[in-house]
Design a protein around this ligand. Structure first.
Ligand SMILES: Nc1ncnc2c1ncn2[C@@H]1O[C@H](COP(=O)(O)OP(=O)(O)OP(=O)(O)O)[C@@H](O)[C@H]1O
Length: 704
C-alpha cells in the first residue's frame, strides 16, 4: 500500500468521525433552541420549584446554543489513541453523543492535557497522537506522532511528517493565528499555570510568548468562566499595530470576553500611536515624572485672573493676586486632589469677600448666607470662579508641559538639565500631534492626581425594573445576559479586572506599570516578555521596583520557552550574532526550521535608497506568499512609507523599529539597520527585535 493510499484511508476514517460530530452538533443546536423555548413555558406552571428549573434550563440552553452557533473552523483537530485502547478526539469545544459519550473533548479540559504534554520520553498513556487538519467540514491532512511504539496494537498506522513543521511553513496572514492544534509541551505548561498569582513567561524571539498569553486567557475563561468573564480579562500589548495583529486569536478560539488594549489606548478617550525616541521615553517613563506632575497639578492655570473685583452695594470688594493664591493653596494642601477640593477653594473666596465686606462696613449688609447667594448669582462672579479654579482634565495639565518655562519650573531639581532639555524639545510639538504612547501613562497619573469632582449619586438603572416598584420576573439566563451586556459596556477607566495579561512586558516603563497596576489591583496576572528585547534605557532598579509594586506579593509561577517557531534558522543566526555582541552568554532559543535561504545584506549610496527600497519590496512580494514588513528607524517611518504605496498592497506594512515589537512577517526589509543600532544604548536590542521578525526572507538595506 502506498503512503498516499494509507493517508487517504486514515483521512476517510477521521472524516467519518467528523461527519458524526457535525451531525450531532446540528442536533444539539436544535435541541438547545427548543429547550430554551420550552424553558420559558415552564414559568406558566407557577410554583417555585418550576421557576428554579426554568432558570437553570433557560440559562444552560441559551449558553449552549450560543457556543454551538459559533463558527468552528477546524472544530476537531486532534486524536489520542491511549494504551487502554480508548480513543479521544480533541477540539475547540466539547461535544457529547446521544448516550453522553464524549465525541470531542474541549482542548482546555484536563482530559485533553495529554494531547499537548505527552512526549516519547513521557507518553502519559498515549500511544499515538494525531493532528487533524481540515478545511470547513472536510478533513484535509493528518500528521501522527507515535509516542509509545511498544504499546502500539498491530496494524496501527502512522502517517504524515510532523504537524508542527507543516504549520510553521504556512504563510503569515495579516493577523496572528491560533496554535491550538500544535501547542508544545512547555507552552502548555505555561497556558495551564494556576489561575491565581502571577504567571511569568519568558523566552527569546518567536518562542510563542504571545501565543501562550492569548491561549492562557482562553484557558482561564474556560476553567472559571464566572470569575474571569464576570470581572473581565484585560490583554495589553505595546502598540495599536500589535493589538490589531493579535485581535483575531481569541475570537478564533471562541472567546470574545477579553478586552484588548495597547499601552496607548488605556486611558478613556485617548488613542496614542506615536512612539517617543528611546531617550525621551526613558525620561517620560521614570517614576520621577510623578513628582514633576505633582508640582504641575498644584500650579495655577495659565491665564488665571490676576485679581477679583466686585461691586457690592456701592462698595468695591477686591481680592488681589497674592490673596487669591493664598486662598487657593490653603484649599489645596499637598496630596489633595484638585478637582475634588474645588468647593473648598470657592468657600475660601466667599469667606474672604465676606470678611472684606464686613471690614468696609458695606451699607445694609445682609446675613452671610444672603450675601453669598447674592454674589453667587452674578454671571461675572461665576465666570471668575470657572477661570480661577476650572475643572481640569489630564490633557490640560499635560499641555502645560509644552510651555518651557513651566516645564523647567516643575522639573528643576527632579530631572537633570539634559533630561529637561530633552522634554522641552519633545513637548514642542505636542499640541499638533497629540500625546505619544509614553504620555498616556502620564495622563493616567494626572487623572489620579487631579481626581474627579464628586458626582451627585445616581441610582443604577435596574434592567429588570418595570414600573411602580414591580419587578419583572427574570431568569438566571436573562440576568447573565444583562451582565454580559454590562461587561461589553465596561467604561474605559474600569479598574476591577479579574486577570491582566501583559505582553512585551520588557518594554513597560515604571510609569506604565503604575498605570497597569491601577487596573489590576484585585487581579491575577500573566506577564510575558524577553528582557533581551527591551528598548528601556532608564534605571533598571526603578523599573523592577515599579513592576514589583504593580504585581504585589502574589505568588509567582515562572516558565521559560526555548524554541523559536518563527524565524528560519538562517535568519535567527543573524539576529543571534547581533545580540551576542552585548550578551555573549545569553541563553538563546533554537530555531527549528531551515529554509536554505540566507539573509541578504545590501548597501547603497544614500541618494539611491528610495529606489533600492522599492526594488527590494517588489522582489520580496514576489518571493513570499504572505505579508511583507518594512522596518525603519523611528524618525524615518513616514519618509520611507512615502516612497512606497502601502495602501495599494494589502500584504505590505511599514512600521518603525519600536512598532515592530511582537510583529511577524514572511518577508522583512530592514531599512537603516546601522541607524537603529546607533540610536540609543538600547539600539542593539532594538535591532535584535527587528532582525527577528521574518519567517522566510530577510533583507537589510543601509545607505553608505
Ligand atoms: N506551538 C506552536 N505551533 C505552531 N506555531 C507556533 C507555536 N508556537 C509559536 N508558534 C508561532 O510562532 C510565531 C511566534 O510566536 P509569538 O509571536 O507568540 O512569539 P513571541 O515569543 O511572542 O515572539 P517575540 O518575542 O519575538 O514577539 C507565531 O507565528 C506563532 O503562531
Amino acid at each position: 500500500m502506498t503512503d498516499q493510499t494509507t493517508m487517504r484511508q486514515e483521512i476517510e476514517a477521521e472524516q467519518h468521525h467528523l461527519d458524526r460530530v457535525y451531525a450531532r452538533l446540528a442536533q444539539l443546536r436544535r435541541s438547545a433552541a427548543r429547550a430554551e423555548r420550552e424553558g420559558y413555558q415552564i414559568a406558566r406552571v407557577g410554583n417555585f420549584g418550576a421557576l428554579v428549573e426554568r432558570d437553570a434550563m433557560v440559562f444552560h440552553a441559551a449558553r449552549r446554543r450560543h457556543t454551538l452557533d459559533a463558527e468552528h473552523e477546524g472544530l476537531v483537530f486532534g486524536r489520542l489513541d491511549l494504551r487502554t485502547g480508548q480513543v479521544l478526539h480533541v477540539g475547540r469545544l466539547g461535544v457529547r453523543g446521544e448516550h453522553a459519550e464524549p465525541l470531542v473533548i474541549d482542548w482546555r479540559a484536563p482530559a485533553a492535557a495529554a494531547f499537548y504534554q505527552a512526549t516519547a520520553a513521557d507518553p502519559q498513556g498515549v500511544v499515538r497522537r494525531r493532528v487533524i487538519s481540515s478545511s470547513g467540514e472536510r478533513v484535509t491532512r493528518i500528521e501522527d506522532d507515535l509516542l509509545d511504539p511498544s504499546a502500539a496494537p498491530p496494524g496501527m498506522r502512522v502517517v504524515g511528517d510532523g504537524a508542527l513543521l507543516a504549520t510553521l511553513s504556512r504563510t503569515t496572514g495579516r493577523g496572528m493565528r491560533d496554535i491550538v492544534a500544535t501547542i508544545q509541551r512547555e507552552q502548555d505548561e505555561a497556558i495551564r499555570s494556576p489561575a491565581g498569582g502571577v504567571t511569568i513567561v519568558s523566552g527569546g524571539p518567536g518562542t510563542g510568548k504571545t501565543a501562550v498569553a492569548l491561549h492562557r486567557a482562553a484557558y482561564l475563561l474556560y476553567s472559571d468562566r464566572n470569575r474571569f468573564a464576570g470581572g473581565g480579562v484585560l490583554v495589553v500589548g505595546p502598540s495599536a499595530v500589535f493589538v490589531d495583529y493579535i485581535a483575531s486569536v481569541l475570537p478564533s478560539l471562541g472567546e470574545n470576553a477579553a478586552t484588548l488594549h495597547s499601552l496607548g489606548s488605556l486611558v478613556e478617550g485617548v488613542s496614542a500611536t506615536r512612539t517617543d525616541p528611546t531617550p525621551v521615553a526613558a525620561v517620560k517613563g521614570s517614576l520621577r515624572m510623578r513628582k514633576v506632575l505633582q508640582r504641575a497639578v498644584r500650579d495655577q492655570v495659565p491665564d488665571a485672573p490676576g485679581e477679583l473685583r466686585l461691586l457690592y452695594r456701592g462698595e468695591l470688594l477686591r481680592l488681589p493676586g497674592t490673596e487669591l493664591e493664598r486662598i487657593r493653596l490653603r484649599a489645596l494642601p499637598p496630596g489633595a486632589r484638585r478637582n475634588e477640593v474645588r468647593r473648598a477653594g470657592f468657600d475660601g473666596i466667599f469667606s474672604a469677600l465676606w470678611a472684606q465686606a464686613q471690614e468696609l462696613r458695606v451699607g445694609r449688609l445682609p446675613d452671610q448666607r444672603t450675601f453669598e447667594d447674592d454674589i453667587a448669582e452674578r454671571p461675572e462672579f461665576r465666570d471668575f470662579l470657572r477661570a480661577w479654579w476650572p475643572r481640569l482634565h489630564p490633557t490640560h495639565v499635560l499641555n502645560w508641559l509644552t510651555r518651557p518655562e513651566r516645564l523647567r519650573r516643575y522639573a528643576t531639581g527632579i530631572l537633570s538639565n539634559a533630561e529637561i532639555r530633552l522634554l522641552v524639545e519633545a513637548y514642542g510639538g505636542t499640541g499638533a500631534d497629540g500625546p505619544t504612547i509614553a504620555d498616556v501613562a502620564l495622563l493616567d497619573e494626572l487623572d489620579e492626581l487631579l481626581g474627579r469632582p464628586p458626582r451627585p449619586a445616581r441610582r443604577r438603572r435596574d434592567p429588570f425594573h418595570v414600573a411602580g416598584g414591580i419587578r419583572e420576573v427574570t431568569t438566571y439566563a436573562d440576568r447573565q445576559r444583562a451582565r454580559a451586556s454590562r461587561d461589553a459596556e465596561r467604561p474605559a477607566d474600569y479598574r476591577e479586572y479579574a486577570h491582566v495579561v501583559v505582553d512585551e512586558s520588557q518594554d513597560v516603563s515604571p510609569m506604565q506599570w503604575r498605570m497597569l497596576g491601577r487596573r489590576g489591583r484585585i487581579a491575577s496576572w500573566t506577564v510575558v516578555g524577553d528582557p533581551a528585547q527591551t528598548a528601556w534605557t532608564g534605571d533598571p532598579a526603578e523599573l523592577s521596583r515599579a513592576r514589583d509594586k504593580a504585581l504585589g506579593r502574589r505568588p509567582r509561577h515562572e516558565y521559560a520557552l526555548t524554541t523559536n517557531y518563527r524565524n528560519s534558522a538562517e535568519i535567527f543566526a543573524l539576529a543571534a550574532s547581533v545580540i551576542r555582541e552585548i550578551s555573549p552568554d545569553l541563553p538563546l532559543p533554537v530555531a527549528v526550521r531551515r529554509t536554505g535561504v540566507e539573509p541578504v545584506r545590501l548597501t547603497v549610496p544614500a541618494a539611491e535608497l528610495p529606489h533600492a527600497v522599492r526594488e527590494a519590496i517588489v522582489t520580496l512580494l514576489a518571493e513570499v506568499e504572505g505579508t511583507v514588513g518594512v522596518i525603519t528607524p523611528v524618525p524615518r517611518r513616514d519618509e520611507v512609507a512615502g516612497w512606497l504605496d502601502p495602501a495599494a498592497e494589502p500584504r505590505l506594512q511599514v512600521v518603525d523599529s519600536l512598532q515592530a515589537k511582537g510583529m511577524e512577517y514572511d518577508g522583512v526589509l530592514l531599512v537603516g539597520s546601522g541607524e537603529i543600532r546607533a540610536d540609543s544604548p538600547a539600539g542593539v536590542r532594538t535591532l535584535y527585535v527587528a532582525l527577528s521578525r521574518a519567517t522566510q526572507r530577510l533583507v537589510t538595506l543601509d545607505p553608505v
